[in-house]
Design a protein around this ligand. Structure first.
Ligand code: B16
Ligand code: MG
Length: 223
């Protein structure tokens, strides 16, 4: 039996680009200014999580209490620093394998969309040139509910004029896989089984991941 997937929705950070390293630098500088150290291990907890939720996690690690006003300025400070870093991005910042897959999808007429929590997605897409390969973009500027809520992926499906069951989501975060499942979509996890065990297909990264290969696997899964 052949499958019915006609559109692919990509998460941004951790799937198409590695911006987690810039988030880490910017959050750890904020941690330092508040008097504590933020580790790379702590940073794992921020992947796929919104900016405010990331700050709350950071503050709980440092055992720091801030007023709402102070939280707002802390987020502005972190974001200014982060934006400075991503402004230097180039097409070389695209993760290995991503461009080949996007080119193949374009060639085969499979629709593509972005489904990211980041409010900075437009700048990243522009600097890396990824904007040219996406038919629709849904990011943190258009959503009000964070993953695992399905909002971001449902909006992307709507933009592609496809029903959710005809969309496949690529995600690196557990909350993202959950969000896609909540949207009624099939999923490809990019990362480790420990976090992404619920994904329908799983790959460590996008190297060598082709639409032909995925199509075959999806057909074997039965749609
Ligand atoms: P911003 P994704 C997420 O991107 C990041 O993984 C997460 O670490 C970040 O806090 C979130 O975007 C919001 O980003 O501060 O730029 O609005 O994985 O959903 O593409
Ligand atoms: Mg991600």
């Amino acid at each position: 039996m052949s499958h019915t997937i006609k559109g692919i929705i990509f998460d941004l950070d951790g799937v198409l680009v590695d911006t987690a390293k810039y988030h880490f630098q910017a959050w750890s500088q904020l941690g330092e200014s508040l008097g504590f150290t933020f580790t790379l291990e702590d940073n794992e907890r921020l992947k796929g999580v919104s900016r405010l939720a990331s700050l709350e996690i950071l503050l709980s690690i440092g055992k720091v209490n801030l007023s709402d006003e102070e939280k707002k300025s802390a987020m502005e400070k972190k974001n200014k620093n982060y934006v400075n870093m991503i402004s230097q991005m180039t097409p070389e910042g695209i993760l290995p394998g991503a461009l080949d897959l996007l080119l193949e999808l374009k060639d085969k007429g499979v629709k593509t969309a972005l489904g990211s929590a980041s409010k900075n997605a437009p700048l990243i897409l522009e600097k890396t040139g990824l904007a040219d390969y996406l038919d629709a973009v849904v990011d943190g500027n258009r959503t009000s509910r964070a993953k695992p809520d399905p909002e971001v992926f449902l909006l992307a499906a709507e933009d592609l004029s496809l029903p959710p069951e005809e969309c496949l989501v690529f995600e690196d975060a557990e909350a993202g896989i959950e969000a896609a499942r909540n949207a009624g979509m099939k999923t490809v996890g990019i990362g480790h089984r420990d976090q992404l065990g619920k994904a329908d297909l799983l790959y460590p990264d996008l190297i060598g991941v082709t639409w032909s290969r995925i199509s075959e696997k999806l057909s074997a899964l039965g749609g």
